[in-house]
Write a protein that binds this ligand. Sequence first.
Ligand code: FAD
Ligand code: MLT
Ligand code: ZN
Length: 475
Amino acid sequence: LTPERYPVQRLPFSTVSEEDLAAFERIIPGRVITDPEQLEACNVDWLRSVRGCSKVLLRPQTTEEVSQILRHCHKRNLAVNPQGGNTGMVGGSVPVFDEIILSTALMNQVISFHDVSGILVCQAGCVLEELSQYVQERDFIMPLDLGAKGSCHIGGNVATNAGGLRFLRYGSLRGTVLGLEVVLADGTILNCLTSLRKDNTGYDLKQLFIGSEGTLGIITAVSILCPPRPKAVNVAFLGCPGFAEVLQTFSTCKGMLGEILSAFEFMDAECMQLVGQHLHLTNPVQESPFYVLVETSGSSAGHDTEKLTSVLEQVLNSGLVSDGTIATDQRKVQMLWALRERITEALSRDGYVFKYDISLPVDRLYDLVIDLRTRVGPRAKHVVGYGHLGDGNLHLNVTAEAFSQELLGALEPYVYAWTAEQRGSVSAEHGLGFKKKNVLGYSKPPVAVKLMQQLKVLLDPKGILNPYKTLPAQA
Ligand code: FAD
Ligand code: MLT
Ligand code: ZN
């Protein structure tokens, strides 16, 4: 949590005065928090890797309140850090210095749900898991799911353009988000909260805010398309003897499962060891160098189980898989998913985590993990690879007893240069936030970075929204 790890200077924003607090109190009476104990949790990120020192937490309930708050902050040149569930992985969700924290926690109302179209309109602070329950009761599901579902907010999901476990099937939020309401830096309300599948009336402004990590505006409401709830969900958990076999298993699944394939996730043996050691989860199959989780979602239980069973037979007979198990009942499905979803938690219990979230051509995906293991040697406790293989997204994590500048030096810029050489992305789904903002150039050309900076100036001329995040300090 040491700030010297990240050399950055406070920009000349104003500091919050007694008059500012009084103004906020008039806008959101009783919801201006200055108690240091209550502020502690929202100054530290989920990974406990960065810490800010904000002295004010604001908890608006309505868009109008957010607008009035920003109008005041803009006039007074006060910096603001938008915060959802604070589960972000790149240090974007907490202040760097004393930025005001604007939390969406109390903006948690469903505005409407249409049971024919499946279009949900809700406030930005709705917790993803609660939305999932809400739409499931109406025979729909959310188009995204992630391990942080119990805490993350839909606004935070949209602000980071979160990928997650259903991306393979339902695609990016760039496709499923139909409309947004956003409050701009000066307090202007931009109402693009439409619920239309098709709308080619000029530039698609909502796309600017999807994945903008709170630097261009505060998302206050979201309109999102929910797919129908699949009648049958099956999961297979398989052990593979090598990474080449993982890839061939993926090809086999795509070929044999077709439209019912809804997830293809992988993890290596060290991940399995960590979820066993720290969370006491049991490996349901024979020990293997790699494991894959295959999910099918379809409309016919018998048909889907039959299809998945013949995949299992095929991959076992051809030696692509050494052992496997299938779950059709919800309890076992959840138990198998936990092995993959809870890796993040197990890693955080192992020590300090150096986290990389990379897009790579799928056939080179694991080479980086092997390469890095040799490079860092005993300086690391674990070098692990897991992730959304079906999306070409590797989560490469390195754990150590404690943060070490020397280990960081061995990892960076090596990992980024390696990724750039493959024309990969240095942030597949977590964004850039505070920790990765200076590596944007590995994945984007200077002209693109400059255009991003110009857009930032256009939308937030005083730079009050989530300063020190996403964009590199210099082009
Ligand atoms: P926060 O962490 O509070 O904020 C994230 C960023 O968005 C910050 O920059 C913040 O300023 C900004 N922001 C938040 N709300 C708003 C708003 N209303 N308007 C404007 N800006 C806003 N991510 C994935 O992509 N895929 C995964 O599979 C995945 N799994 C995870 C599993 C675990 C266990 C954990 C802890 C995290 C995981 N994440 C994953 C990362 C994280 O959950 C996602 O990035 C999530 O979308 C963040 O939502 P949040 O509400 O917690 O946002
Ligand atoms: C995941 O897929 O588990 C998340 O993105 C979190 C992580 O990278 O650890
Ligand atoms: Zn992920």
